[in-house]
Design a binder for this molecule. Sequence first.
Ligand code: SAM
Ligand code: DTB
Ligand code: SF4
Length: 335
Amino acid sequence: MQSITMVRGDPQPKPTVRWSVDGVESLLALPMNDLLRTAHETHRAHHDPNAVQLSTLLSIKTGGCPEDCGYCPQAARYHTNVVSEDLLPLDAVVTAAAAARAAGASRFCIGAAWRGPRDRDLEPVLAMVREVKALGLETCATLGMLKAGQAERLRDAGLDYYNHNLDTSPEFYGEVITTRDYRDRLDTLDRVRAAGMHVCCGGIVGMGESRRGRAGLIAQLANLDPYPESVPINSLVQVEGTPLHAQFGGVTAIDPIEFVRTIAAARITMPRAMVRLSAGRRELGDAAQVLCYFAGANSVFYGDKLLTTGNPDFDADRDLFERLGINAGIHAGLE
Ligand code: SAM
Ligand code: DTB
Ligand code: SF4
């Protein structure tokens, strides 16, 4: 089924395909070289193939979260080594944002371990958004579910992107999270869209889902109308104490080739989105990352820490981009 959709920043309506789960699963099952070729050609048609955008993350409120997301080290109910911290003071956030800008990041993303912000939580966050924006950085926040009116307040403070992930397919979702449902997530995404902000929405692979589960996630993302401007694809970082850690007989790590396939499917189904190679890059290693960039990933989280877990440090990334002739930090797409 075809529909016509206007995508922000694009003067012409573009036909967007509605993807079936079967259709995405067939992509994921293609011979690898055929899949990579299609993904790379799609990438070249819409983006500079040698540019990667850099976003830096900062956890502004860490741990103690009431939700039960089975992958998350910040859920209060799991015994992980995350130490809970109250909201960071404004000056600490501004200092971190200035350092990220100096290191080459173009976007700064603040994250809070909340089910969602209370109205009174939002006030100090708005001040952070204003100050980060004033540094000339793009702004992004991930604060959990938004209630009516909150997206507009964030937009008015200068928030460019709101990150809220679907995480996995609707069918697998209940295996991982029970304290909020898929519809709750879609409602928050609708609020972000209705307020006119850019949507950053992706998921996690390697949580024990099947290939069809990954196809279900990608189809959901691609069928959002319009699809997200920014699509973070995380590979599960297994954290001790969380239910998905192997210590509980949890899950075996995903085959890196299957991860690359997922990146390729995201690129093919969401041609103009920025596809962000997100959590799990350290575990993925250089060779698989190179394939991800070929398959259409054109953004990363940049800096030695994600929210609470490790990420390649600045020097490791700069070195890899240099070896690849990738222009990092330059805005790479049509977001
Ligand atoms: N609390 C807010 C929420 O859940 O919407 C915002 C922060 S939450 C940590 C943001 C996202 O990080 C999650 O939706 C999930 O996709 C990702 N994430 C969390 N823990 C992860 C892990 N161990 N491995 C990979 N991705 C993870
Ligand atoms: C996203 O999709 N991944 C980032 C960001 N959006 C907020 C978070 C990854 C978190 C990984 C686990 C941690 O560091 O706590
Ligand atoms: Fe809380 Fe977000 Fe972690 Fe879920 S992913 S436990 S909502 S911090």
